[in-house]
Design a protein around this ligand. Structure first.
Ligand SMILES: Nc1ncnc2c1ncn2[C@@H]1O[C@H](COP(=O)(O)OP(=O)(O)OP(=O)(O)O)[C@@H](O)[C@H]1O
Ligand SMILES: [Mg+2]
Length: 272
């Protein structure tokens, strides 16, 4: 196998345990996963199923309690703390589920982008980074005075500086209206096209529809994976389904009558 064919990250039988009053919680119970550049992978599943835990392990923020994780073929358990720190700083973009957790509280929006470029040792035009997420007007705002959605867009823009080899984002569209979500998803796609491996945890049908691969999680195990466009559509955690454009065209006024039959569901144009 050549280096090009190696996944950026490969996890085998990953296990993660957390202490809880009732005894250890097994947040990951034997997960096999491969992450490759140039793709958006979405991890979906019920609350508490282990999505954030898997992201933290993949982003090299937490060491798994068991199993084997390889980064470019090298065992992560064999890396020193310094090597891990360096990888996290230079190669891994991280958007926390609470976006302020991945922002510097003392830096304004422009400063966040500049600081990230410095840490990664890359050149970037901070204004165009902010423009990508429609935050130019907030260039001089601190995270504390920004709305939840603005913080989320800023956290994504900062994490994406320089198209890091791995870009991990925990529910990056949770607080966003449709137009802001579209900006963030377009930014993530642009980084994937530039070679980043993009991994998301999400409940959001818009993000799931934008992914190349969808991994379904349940009680700490992957219960299925699906490549977009091959085996049909996915229904997200809130019961939403994104129709493909040709199906959507059948509902010009977006009014739908849902008919539940014995073993299937029909969508019909609803009459006024
Ligand atoms: N630091 C921690 N200490 C103790 N338990 C934890 C910790 N982090 C996560 N857990 C537990 O591990 C399990 C998986 O949590 P995780 O945050 O990965 O779920 P999730 O799928 O991201 O959920 P959500 O959709 O609500 O964000 C849960 O039972 C959670 O309570
Ligand atoms: Mg989570």
């Amino acid at each position: 196998m050549t280096t090009d064919e190696l996944p950026l990250l490969e996890g085998r039988d990953l296990i993660q345990l957390y202490a809880a009053p009732t005894g250890p919680t097994q947040a990951l119970r034997g997960v096999d996963v491969a992450v490759r550049g140039g793709r958006i992978s979405a991890i979906t599943g019920p609350s508490g199923s282990g999505k954030s835990t898997l992201l933290a392990v993949l982003a090299l923020r937490e060491r798994p309690a068991g199993g084997e994780l390889r980064h470019r073929g090298r065992l992560v358990s064999g890396l020193t703390r310094r090597q891990l720190q360096r990888l996290r700083r230079t190669e891994i973009g991280w958007v926390a589920q609470r976006p302020t957790h991945s922002l510097f509280p003392q830096l304004d929006a422009l400063g966040q982008i500049q600081q990230m470029a410095r840490l990664r040792g890359v050149r970037c035009d901070p204004s165009s980074s902010l423009a990508e997420v429609d935050l130019v007007a907030h260039a001089r705002s601190l995270p504390a005075v920004m709305s939840g959605g603005e913080q989320q867009r800023l956290a994504v823009a900062a994490a994406a500086v320089g198209a890091p080899a791995l870009l991990v984002a925990d529910e990056p569209t949770a607080e966003l209206d449709d137009s802001s979500a579209a900006l963030v998803l377009a930014l993530l796609r642009a980084r994937a096209d530039a070679g980043s491996a993009v991994v998301l945890a999400t409940h959001d049908a818009r993000a799931i529809a934008a992914a190349d691969t969808v991994l379904r999680f349940r009680h700490g195990v992957l219960s299925g994976s699906q490549d977009a466009g091959r085996d049909g559509l996915l229904i997200d955690g809130q019961g939403r389904l994104q129709l493909p454009p040709d199906a959507l065209a059948l509902f010009p006024d977006r009014r739908v009558e849902v008919v539940v039959a014995d073993d299937h569901v029909e969508l019909r144009r609803a009459l006024e």
